[in-house]
Write a protein that binds this ligand. Structure first.
Ligand SMILES: [Fe+2]
Length: 357
């Protein structure tokens, strides 16, 4: 299977994986042939793309760092938790912490067990799932970077818990401002900025979780150079988990469709983050991210500099710009593979772009 953006889907394309909406409801089953009206519906719901099974991606299995069932369970739990916070049901929200803790343990255990896997799965989500999907993605990205940074399991648990709850304070910000499709006024931006402290205070007053987890809510918008908020801390004065969450937060936001802009491709989002190396972001953490996120994930259809087209079949952490690819000719997969990282005869071939069709 491979990821195809909604605008490039055609009637007759076959779904490569179940399409699961909030509350674990299966919208469309794997193998379903899409019709024009289904594609239109996907666009209206805000799906940026889906996985399809087609000729050129034949035999390609895309592995995720965590099991899709765990992902769905975590997303549903975060949705329920945030709803409780938003509606001021403190008691109910507090009662969810043990379940969230066990989800945190499962996420960390799976990521640690799969530490050789790169992040390949592009998250499939609709507009209304953003907050819950975002908190889960930020948690998974954070723990993946945490493993590269050499953190132990106990530290990873606290980091993951903090990352899942980093935006809890947004539940206290007006929806009109959070979802505003146009530029924020300076006053509105000031209001958004209060979510770091509001979240930290709520988690400190109401939730029994470690202080290092709460601090993620307080520090995730601080910038390495000192230009962030709320306190304008810089360098190592920002808690390590806050610095990790900051990179994960920006990466996931850039690769998602937002009311005010379209999503970026992984390759462009990585380039953006590299632009903040040593200023917005801690360089060690940017290095950790770029070891684990492939700019051309498995299943990406690419142009090569020799004029051929190919599909990415494997990525290498030590050389993320040079994956192993399978040559596609006349829309059909061939038996020719090129390992851009290790074939000596392919050293002069590069990926020049992504095929849009
Ligand atoms: Fe935030």
């Amino acid at each position: 299977m491979r990821y195809v953006s909604t605008k490039h889907l055609k009637p007759g394309d076959k779904l490569g994986a179940d399409l699961v909406a909030s509350h674990n409801r299966v919208l469309l089953r794997k193998g379903r042939e899409l019709t024009r009206s289904m594609i239109n519906k996907l666009e209206i719901l805000g799906y940026q793309g889906v996985y399809v099974d087609d000729k050129i991606s034949e035999g390609l299995d895309i592995q995720d760092v965590i099991d899709p069932r765990l992902k769905h369970a975590a997303r549903a739990e975060m949705q329920a938790f945030f709803r409780n916070v938003e509606t001021n049901r403190i008691h109910q929200a507090r009662k969810r912490i043990p379940t969230i803790r066990s989800i945190v343990h499962s996420i960390v255990d799976e990521v640690v067990a799969n530490r050789d896997i790169m992040i390949n799965i592009i998250d499939i989500r609709a507009y209304d799932d953003y907050t819950y999907s975002h908190s889960l993605n930020v948690a998974v990205l954070s723990v993946v970077m945490g493993t590269v940074l050499g953190l132990g399991k106990k530290q990873l648990y606290a980091l993951t818990m903090g990352a899942l709850l980093h935006d809890a304070g947004k539940m206290f910000i007006k929806k009109e401002i959070l979802n505003k499709p146009s530029r924020l006024t300076p006053e509105e931006f000031e209001e958004i900025k209060t979510h770091s402290e509001l979240g930290y205070r709520y988690l400190s007053d109401q939730m029994e979780i470690p202080e290092e987890a709460r601090i993620v809510a307080l520090h995730h918008h601080e910038q390495y150079c000192g230009k962030g908020y709320p306190a304008g801390l810089s360098g190592d004065d920002i808690h390590l988990y806050g610095r990790v969450c900051c990179v994960a937060d920006v990466y996931d936001a850039l690769t998602s469709d937002r009311p005010y802009r379209k999503s970026m491709l992984p390759s462009d989002a990585i380039e953006y983050i590299m632009g903040g190396y040593d200023t917005h972001f801690d360089p060690r953490i940017v290095d950790a991210l770029t070891r684990k996120i492939a700019p051309y994930p498995v299943g990406t259809y690419v142009h090569l500099s020799n004029g051929q087209k190919a599909i990415v079949v494997k990525n290498y952490q030590e050389n993320i710009l040079r994956p192993k690819v399978r040559i596609i000719a006349d829309g059909e997969p061939t038996s020719e593979y090129i390992n851009l990282a290790y074939d000596m005869s392919a050293l002069n071939i590069t990926i020049t772009g992504i095929v849009n069709e």
